[in-house]
Design a protein around this ligand. Sequence first.
Ligand code: FES
Length: 677
Amino acid sequence: MAEADVKVLFMPSGRRGFFPRGTPLLDAARSLGVDIDSVCGGRGLCGRCQISCVTGSFAKHQIESDVDHLSPFSATEAKFVERKGPLKDGRRLSCHTTLLDDAVIDVPAESQVHRQIVRKEMEARDIRLDIATRLYYVQIGEPSLEDPRGEVQFLFEALEREWGVTDVTLADSQLPALQAALTREDRGITVAVYQEHLITGIWPGLFDQPRGIAIDVGSTTVAAHLCDLNSGEVLASAGVMNPQIRYGEDLMSRVSYVMMHPEGAELLTNAIREAVNDLFVELSDQASGRVEDILEIALVANPIMHHILLGINPVNLGTAPFALTTSAAIDTRATEMGLKAHPEARLYCLPCIAGHVGADAAGVILAEAPDRSEAMTLVVDVGTNAEIVLANNQRLLVCSSPTGPAFEGAQISSGQRATIGAIERVRIDRDTLEPRFKCIGSDLWSDEPGFSDAMAGTGVTGICGSGIIEVVAEMYLAGILSTDGVVDGALAERTQRIKADGRTFSYVLHASSDPEISDVLVTQNDVRQIQLAKAALYAGIRLLMDEMGVTTVDRIRLAGAFGSHISVSHAMVLGLIPDCDLEQVTSAGNAAGAGARMALLDRNARLEIAATIARAERIETAVAGDFQAHFVGAMGLPHQSDPFPNLFAVVAPPEAKMVESGDAPKRRRRRSSRADA
Ligand code: FES
């Protein structure tokens, strides 16, 4: 340390050092390894290097810090303010501020390259920002007769000189862009460099609006977030129905369509690509941007959607052994897959895990990180094919189970999708057996004043997935269903809600006042369908628990739209999930989409998920010997033999009851094709 040196402490990193008076703050920060962002290379153009001086006495570090200990506001900063508007209170551009005396410097989160993005509600992990594509502003040397090299070579030289970036190549499509960008007098351009080796974009002057999209392509809906690649912030979100529905309601019917129509695969691919492209335009419009500013796309999807979007015929995924064409992550140009963004935008698809367990499950694992916790964690994503993960920091097991579409309202007499008018919440009085319920589109319970008026427009139209879970669970708790799931016909003497229906009985959840409109009933067959679906899910879970050598789990995360809406306690009463401390059973929201956002914003997350998937142990329920035994036990409510001590410590169990069955539950066939799923 020379006599004239001054002391500087950077917060929150705590790094400190001594520097000669007059040292630019950005240089001091860099030499200490403090993470401060910059696109313009210290030219006072980008505003990414902002800091503020903390005033006060820092006895521990023997620093008296004051704003006067920094150089006065510079002409470059004044120019920046003129162009971009005022800086936040007390902020300075560290590239044009020098140290005059000891100072404590705060580097705000938005000026850090590798900052944490605070997670959204329901998301398990913060995201660390480390974008695969980085922007660099450079000034290219003037061409001359003495130096006949091309502009590309001047560009490479400038990147190395100004940023230490070496060994890059330029995407051929960007050659015209380079020439066009060099028309400015100062020959200043911004380049996008992907993974430190490929120049994917060139803009004249300073370009600082890079955008990225995280997209979750589901069989019913496609949801996407447009993110600012500078800050990681979500700028716009939108969703559309998957237009492939016109070729088949569920995955298998779409695969069947492809099998029966030679042009089917192409039609389905075109349909989804068109929808995705429209979504990109919609998101860009919402954020007042351009689709050409989208430089990165990260995608999750189930295996069939994944293959179709990539232009791969999905027929092999329709029958055993459900062979994936590739299970590896895909890293390619988005245009190769017909997606319209920046011409060199990169598309990253998370890896698939198995023929039934797709990149969406990889997204869930990435977002939830059950493999990073000591707690034995069960993650369940319920769909027509449930994806199940059981993990702790020692092992990660994955399987899928053919639950079928009952949880989505299909195969249920009054079942429907979760739209306005659908019953989504149900309570049944234990004494009177009278129900009350709530419908999507109104906050009122059916026994509250105003309910009829609120529902006058749509009427009560049916029951959606969460409503089905609740009504069957409530019927069991009220003693309407036996442990075997039989509707107790003897109760018809007590209430008109129990109606004979051939040899079995139904429960009238909602009696319609209009003779043209049927009542909303829960039939014996509906209960059977739910039993079959929940038994398949529970059996898959138990297979993983057996393999793991555990009889209980520490926590359960319910992923997906279904998981966000169902009542945890009702799901457990039904025996959809194993017994667990109810406080430890929570919704993971759209965890697959959260995983896509992580992969979009943090390139290390891509390495992490590849490594995690490589060590995942896949359990195939179709060939597992114990599946059928677990399935039969799981037909009971909540289970024929497994105890539920945590559940029944907080929920009063019904009296055990056996009722003679008017039907015989059929066992679900083993899966040999997705048609069974
Ligand atoms: S580094 Fe760009 S303004 Fe300071």
